[in-house]
Design a binder for this molecule. Sequence first.
Ligand code: SF4
Length: 323
Amino acid sequence: MQSSIPPGHDHFDWRLDGAFYFPYSAYLRNRFGGRVQRVSINAGFTCPNADGTLAKGGCNFCNNPSFSPSRRTRRYEIREQIDRGIEALKRRYTNIKGFIAYFQPATNTYADVDHLRALYEESLSHPEVVGLAIGTRPDCVGEDVLDLISELAQQRYVSVEYGMQTIHAESLDWMNRAHYHDSMIDAVERSRGRGFEISGHVILGIPRESHADMMETAVEVARLNLDAVKIHNLYAVKNTRLGDEVAAGEVELMPRDEYVQTVVDFIERLPETMIIERVSGEAPPAYLIAPEWCLQKSSLRHAIEQEFKQRGTRQGSRYVASP
Ligand code: SF4
């Protein structure tokens, strides 16, 4: 199956850095010639899974009551958010080569295509923005939206991140996703070859999913040959149904050691060419209920690397190409 990543990607050997998997930071450094950071933008979208179009209440882990269903974000607000985000990132890091405007909260393709064009083009017109990342649901990308994204991708780097989470219907029901894995297959097929990066968001540690279930999801991510994958542990934040259940002791989240083993098992099954955007969840500390260990990102990343080292494996060690 052909990758949709632009030329250059396939010739970059991340293993030369001594890495155990292909990190997004290395991909961006290679592509843009220096450090590139994402700037998160809240464009005022809501979600068909929260506003009653598909379902009400949204996913059990998502703080969707905070979405703004009726507010239309204006172009100047996008510019202001980018400016503020860039300022904060520059205080934290030096030598940043450019920024990716990341349409992150809610479903960022859930509007008419003219409105989407105005927002995306406004973000790309910022002089320090080198690309665009769009988080969305796999069942929320019509052909007109894909045409627009494809058009923008002819000029600039664009990544579309689909919320896949798992292939298992029972788990998708448990999360109240209001879609099944066939939507993801359909979105990937319709996105392929359009010049933008196809990324999938996956959650490990969903209650009642066995290790074998999670490895089936890994094998499917490999089969779909996504350009990139973002792997999260399931975590619970305030103002969500999952948060209430975890706080009440009704749901248990995966312990750290088990997560380290599982995420290494998962990455071993992915092809070497797939970018790993994240290896754990990034919960806002002020909102996190559990697990606390996901706040210690660098020690978690170190533990994951140590596990690879001890096993003598890396990304792709257990990858089996689809027939
Ligand atoms: S996680 Fe995504 S699909 Fe689910 S309610 Fe939130 S925005 Fe909607």
